[in-house]
Design a protein around this ligand. Structure first.
Ligand code: FES
Ligand code: FES
Length: 179
């Protein structure tokens, strides 16, 4: 006799896990994920891509930012299953081999990295900014930076790194969309 009650919501169990296929940094990646697995969990725990940081897990700090079809999104607020078929770009996919993106290089050169926890989020949002606007205004830079919380630097050096990147791109150095 079937004793299940169709009126009761069924709890998800481990048997509901399924293989997800996500395109990450140009590579189709597959791994098993339970229902409710966030994109951040999938990237970090299933694919071993730990560059995207788990800060607040609440959508407030920006440290988990990744590009989804070219737009910055908070990976802690997205379900991995909901972005199947999208193109995901993480901090691991920003440099061109050994050659850093101009913004990454400027962050190093300007001393804009202390503990580095916020850096992936800053860079992901910055890459998006420079791909759309190679010579952003100071206000556009500040708006971009404000998407990510930094507890270390006081933001001045980060802002300077963005200004330096804009000058580098204006001089024809590096590519805004280097991958
Ligand atoms: S970890 Fe996603 S916004 Fe803080
Ligand atoms: S460098 Fe430490 S949080 Fe930004």
């Amino acid at each position: 006799m079937n004793t299940s009650n169709p009126a009761q919501p069924r709890e998800h169990g481990v048997n509901d896990a399924r293989v997800l296929a996500l395109r990450v940094n140009g590579v189709l990646q597959q791994a098993i994920a339970k229902p409710g697995t966030t994109l951040l969990e999938f990237l970090r725990e299933e694919l071993g891509l730990t560059g995207s940081k788990r800060g607040c897990d609440l959508g407030e700090c920006g440290c988990c930012s990744v590009l989804v079809d070219g737009r910055p999104m908070l990976a802690c607020l997205l379900l991995a299953a909901d972005v199947e078929g999208s193109e995901i770009r993480t901090i691991e996919g920003i440099a061109d081999g050994e050659v850093l993106h101009p913004l990454q290089q400027a962050m190093v050169d300007e001393g804009a990295i202390q503990c580095g926890f916020c850096t992936p989020g800053m860079v992901i949002n910055g890459v998006h900014l420079f791909e759309r606007t190679p010579t952003p205004t100071r206000d556009e830079i500040r708006t971009c930076i404000s998407a990510t919380v930094c507890r270390c630097t006081g933001y001045n050096r980060i802002e300077q790194a963005f200004v330096t990147t804009a000058a580098t791109l204006a001089a024809g150095g590096g590519k805004a969309g280097a991958q």
